[in-house]
Design a protein around this ligand. Sequence first.
Ligand code: ATP
Ligand code: MG
Length: 379
Amino acid sequence: MAESPRSDVGSPAAARLLAALGGVQDPELRRPITELGMVGSVSVDDDGAARVAILLTISGCPLRGTIVDDVTAAATAVEGVASVAVDVGVMTPEQRSELKAGLKKRTAPFTEPGSLTRIVAVASGKGGVGKSSLTVNLACAMAADGLRVGIIDADVHGFSVPGLMGITQAPTRVDELILPPVAHGVKVISIGMFVDGNQPVVWRGPMLHRALEQFLTDVHFGDLDVLLLDLPPGTGDIAISVSQLLPGSGLLVVTTPQSAAAEVAERAGAVAKQTGQEVLGVVENMSWMDLPDGGRMEPFGSGGGELLAARLSKTLGVDVGLLGRIPLDPRLREGGDSGRPVVLAAPESAVSLEIRRIARTLSRRPRGLAGRSLGVTPA
Ligand SMILES: Nc1ncnc2c1ncn2[C@@H]1O[C@H](COP(=O)(O)OP(=O)(O)OP(=O)(O)O)[C@@H](O)[C@H]1O
Ligand SMILES: [Mg+2]
């Protein structure tokens, strides 16, 4: 069994080495490896030869190479260290249990009333209006602003988020705990990570509910500032499950400028009346296209976003704002195809500037109290 690192810190160089390892984070858990119990022992001999024993959470950890590289780089920079040898081992079941217990204690689940995580479910009436594209771009924009962001791809049948984020890595499992892959600073979980190739997911309501529940309980997102959910189109089982499992979630309704589309989208937004969810706002996508000659074209008409915001305000009896209008830009699609969302690939394009503006509006918005316990008892 590995010794506790502290028992082995005999020399000032070893103490410096241990301190430097505190700067190395586990890429998935996003915490210093020293806090996670992943440093088995450290030593530095008189000739400056350093040895670091690292304990991975599981054997065959996909990020083994990254961890070893980061440890080597951190150790090499330490004064008094001339060479570095990293021994890689695996945690014992007891050590793993300790780690899991520690992780659970640290994070407040989103489902708890006191949770400070803003939960944004991206919804639409019709398919293909750009929900998934908006979800990943909002997430990347928020992460680039320094927020801790997660995405749940709740479109179980039509999952697309892993591709849009360029994720091919499967989640790491630490027993029943699932560690979501991280891309562009965003933690992502999708049913697509659990199926082989392009196999269809043929599930009915209860299975879908259970899958979503599992994403919320078994996936370790850690503390998040924002959790985005990419919903399937329409007002189906998943939208209902999200409202039940995450009553504090708000809906962001996406439409195209077409008035017929806005009408269909109204149904998706009006679900909030029954579920008690808050509608955070409306986003109009594919609003216009800038032409090379400087002109503008509106292939899907105009006014759908405003129409939808006005109708939802009326139906729900609260002010629902149009948070933004996103132009058509082939770079948005290309960003999705390449797994590098347009807000990162072309941050100064009009489409990215608008999405970044919407991201800031959402993350600065005071959290609503709908569906939340105020935590006070009347005297
Ligand atoms: N503003 C835009 N400019 C250019 N292409 C866009 C824009 N918004 C979306 N697209 C493209 O439109 C297609 C549909 O977008 P996306 O998959 O994000 O929609 P969706 O609402 O999630 O669809 P579904 O309902 O099938 O889940 C994609 O090919 C995407 O690249
Ligand atoms: Mg989608």
